[in-house]
Write a protein that binds this ligand. Structure first.
Ligand SMILES: *Cc1c(COP(=O)(O)O)cnc(C)c1O
Length: 281
């Protein structure tokens, strides 16, 4: 169980980890975050997550008050303070305390540590069902703190006996609230949209693994009509790895079971994690 967070550069007991109510992260939803895992004492794919966090900050013209090397040290210090080697880590950067409730000031930066989620990289023997939701995320390439649509749809997802949703922009499938989306075509190619999405760090690893293992990747927009002929569909995310989707609305995907390409990518992803950790002192 974690006991400490990092608030504006200071290791702080969780019960004292508070920000003031005038923060425009809270008042206006003006903030960014990121989330990744630490395994065996090391944040996984840290460079990629820090790249994204600094890029997201720059997109909102928020300044991260630490260099990347200081930031990295803070992460290791916080894991050590909590005596944790396996954890979920959330970075949060907000617009800061604003006298007029609108104009950004000095950002607030928090690092939070959680127990590793119980279902991390879990293989689902059935795959999941998802519903489509017409939506296109604002600033899609920025990991902002605004998840209003996804959270608003939680009850609808549950009522449909589904586990998640996939956003559809016009006739094109994009991503879920927290995962990237892929189809496997009849030809065995992976298709995934290259734009209007958050570029997942898991997505980058999975596409690289596909390339290196002779699986053809088509990065292009994915039309909703392709669900009918797809052999497999899956999500990727930091906590899921590759997660099979068996049904989208009423459309059963392929034979309705987790497919071999999704399964293979999940195994390859686990191996890549092992390789990454083996390269650490
Ligand atoms: C975080 C997130 C993802 C997945 O990214 P990972 O880096 O693989 O965890 C995909 N889409 C959205 C909208 C996200 O917020």
């Amino acid at each position: 169980m974690p006991k400490f967070y990092h608030i504006n550069g200071e290791i702080t007991p969780i019960e004292k980890s508070v920000l003031h109510i005038s923060d425009i992260g809270l008042l206006r939803g003006f903030g960014i975050f990121d989330y990744f895992l630490a395994r065996e004492g090391h944040p996984l794919f840290l460079d990629d997550y820090l790249d994204r966090f600094y890029r997201s900050a720059e997109s909102l013209d928020l300044k991260i008050p630490f260099s990347r090397s200081v930031f990295t040290q803070h992460l290791y210090d916080l894991l050590a303070a909590n005596e944790m080697r396996d954890a979920g880590i959330r970075l949060l950067l907000t617009g800061g305390y604003s006298p007029d409730g609108y104009t950004p000031t000095d950002p607030n930066l928090a690092i939070m540590v959680y127990d590793l989620p119980a279902n991390t990289w879990e293989f689902s023997p059935t795959g999941i069902k998802v519903i489509t939701v017409p939506f296109q995320r604002d600033l899609p390439e920025v990991k902002t703190t605004n998840y209003a649509m996804g959270i608003r749809k939680l009850k609808e997802v549950k009522a449909a006996n589904a586990q998640d949703l996939v956003y559809v922009d016009g006739e094109y499938l994009r991503e879920s609230a927290r995962s990237n989306f892929y189809l496997v075509t009849a030809a065995g190619h992976i298709v995934t949209t290259p734009e209007k999405i958050l570029w997942g760090v898991t997505r980058k690893q999975i596409l690289d693994l596909a390339h290196k293992n002779g699986i053809v990747v088509e990065e292009r927009e994915v039309h909703i009509s392709e669900l009918a002929t797809a052999r497999e569909a899956f999500f990727t995310s930091t906590t899921k790895g590759a997660m099979s989707i068996r049904q989208v609305d009423e459309q059963v995907i392929g034979d309705g079971k987790p497919g071999p390409i999704t399964g293979r990518l999940q195994v390859l992803f686990m191996e890549r994690v092992k390789e990454y950790l083996a390269g650490k002192p």
